[in-house]
Design a protein around this ligand. Structure first.
Ligand code: SF4
Length: 334
C-alpha cells in the first residue's frame, strides 16, 4: 500500500501538538453466509494524515460517506483502525489496553450529531451531565449539583434545567446538554461530529458561537466534522477536505477558501450560497454519483467526476503535496 507524505502543519517550536494522525486507514470487511466468508472490503478511510495543535480547530469536510466520521471515531478508538498511527499528546494510543484507553478517553470527548439519540430519555439533565464524571471518578470532593449548574450556565442554559428531561428541551438545548456532558470531564480534545447538522438553521450559528466561546474558556482543541463548507468556514483555523476515504486537500482556512487547489474543493465552495440578493457565482455541478467505496476508482478517486481528468489521473494516484505554505492538495494539476 502506498504511503503518502505527511501533510503536517509546520508548528512553531513552542506550539503543543495535541493530535497527530499518520496514514490512518479503515477497511470494513463484507462478509457473507453462515460462516461469515469475506467477500469484499469497504475502503472507508485510506492513508489519512494530519495533526492538530493545542487550541486549534481543524474542520474536516466532505460529502456523506467520505470517511470523515469514521476518521473521528477511529481517533477516539470507538472504531479500531485497520492500520496507521494515532498519537495523542505525544503518546501512541493505537494499542492501549481498554483500561488505559478508558482513562485517556476523558481527555478526548465527542459531541454527536443527533443529541436526542445520544441522550438517555429516562435520565434528567442533571444526571446526564453528571454521568461522565461518575464514570471517570473525577471531582469527587465537589457536590455534583454545583458542578452541573455551573456547566449549564457555561452552555447557556438555566440552572433549573437540571431537573428537566431531554424530551422537554428543544433541539438546540439538547445539543447544549451534549456539549456540557463532554465538558464535564475537562477534555483536551473534542471531536464534534456534525454537531449542528440536525439543528434548525436559526440555531446553528448559536451553537457554533457557543463552541467558539467555550474553546477560549475551557482551553479546548476541536476536530470539527461537517458536510457543509459554510459551517466549517466559520469555526475552523484549518480545513481538511475528504473525498471517498482520502484527504484531498488540507490548508489554513484563508488559503483554502481564497485559492482552492483541488477540483473537488472548488466544486464544494461553488455550492455555498452568496447571502447578498442578486449576487451570482458559477456553481460547478459535479456529474454522477460518488463511486462505491467497495471498488473505488483507480488512480485519482475523483477522476470519474472531475472535469479536468487526464489519462494520467486514471492510472496514477496523486500524492498530497505542498503547494504553498502548509497548503496541501492531491491532484496532478499544477
Ligand atoms: Fe481531477 Fe486528475 Fe486532479 Fe484527480 S488528479 S482531481 S482527476 S485533475
Amino acid at each position: 500500500m502506498k504511503q503518502m507524505s505527511l501533510p503536517l502543519q509546520k508548528l512553531k517550536s513552542e506550539t503543543e501538538l495535541i493530535l497527530e494522525v499518520k496514514n490512518l486507514t479503515k477497511h470494513f470487511p463484507i462478509t457473507k453466509g453462515f460462516l461469515g466468508r469475506q467477500v469484499g472490503v469497504v475502503h472507508a478511510v485510506e492513508n489519512v494524515s494530519f495533526n492538530i495543535s493545542k487550541g486549534e480547530t481543524l474542520g474536516l469536510v466532505g460529502e456523506s460517506g467520505c470517511g470523515k466520521s469514521t476518521t473521528g471515531r477511529m481517533i477516539l478508538r470507538l472504531i479500531e483502525p485497520t492500520s496507521g498511527d494515532i498519537n495523542f499528546c505525544g503518546k501512541r494510543i493505537n494499542n492501549l489496553r481498554s483500561e488505559e484507553m478508558r482513562r485517556l478517553r476523558k481527555e478526548m470527548q465527542i459531541v454527536f450529531q443527533d443529541p436526542m439519540a445520544s441522550l438517555n430519555p429516562r435520565m434528567t439533565v442533571g444526571d446526564l451531565i453528571a454521568e461522565p464524571m461518575q464514570i471517570h471518578g473525577i471531582d469527587k470532593g465537589t457536590p455534583k449539583e454545583q458542578i452541573v449548574k455551573k456547566l449549564l450556565e457555561a452552555v447557556g442554559l438555566r440552572p433549573n434545567h437540571i431537573y428537566s428531561f431531554p424530551r422537554e428541551l428543544s433541539g438546540g438545548q439538547r445539543q447544549r446538554i451534549g456539549i456540557a456532558r463532554a465538558l464535564s470531564v475537562k477534555p483536551k480534545l473534542i471531536v464534534a461530529d456534525e454537531p449542528v447538522s440536525a439543528l434548525d438553521v436559526s440555531i446553528r450559528s448559536q451553537i457554533i458561537n457557543l463552541l467558539e466561546d467555550l474553546q477560549q474558556e475551557f482551553d479546548l482543541t476541536y476536530l470539527f466534522i461537517a458536510h457543509d463548507m459554510s459551517v466549517v468556514k466559520h469555526i475552523s483555523d484549518r480545513v481538511g477536505v475528504m473525498y471517498l476515504g482520502k484527504l484531498v486537500e488540507l490548508a489554513p482556512k484563508s488559503l483554502l477558501f481564497a485559492r482552492p487547489q483541488h477540483p473537488y474543493t472548488q466544486a464544494l465552495l461553488s455550492a455555498i450560497p452568496i447571502p447578498s440578493p442578486g449576487a451570482k457565482k458559477d456553481h460547478i455541478i459535479l456529474e454522477g454519483d460518488v463511486p462505491n467505496p467497495i471498488n473505488p476508482p483507480s488512480g485519482c478517486r475523483f477522476h470519474t467526476r472531475c472535469c479536468y481528468v487526464m489519462d494520467r489521473c486514471r492510472q496514477e494516484e496523486p500524492e498530497l503535496r505542498e503547494r504553498e505554505g502548509s497548503h496541501f492538495a492531491a491532484c496532478h494539476l499544477d
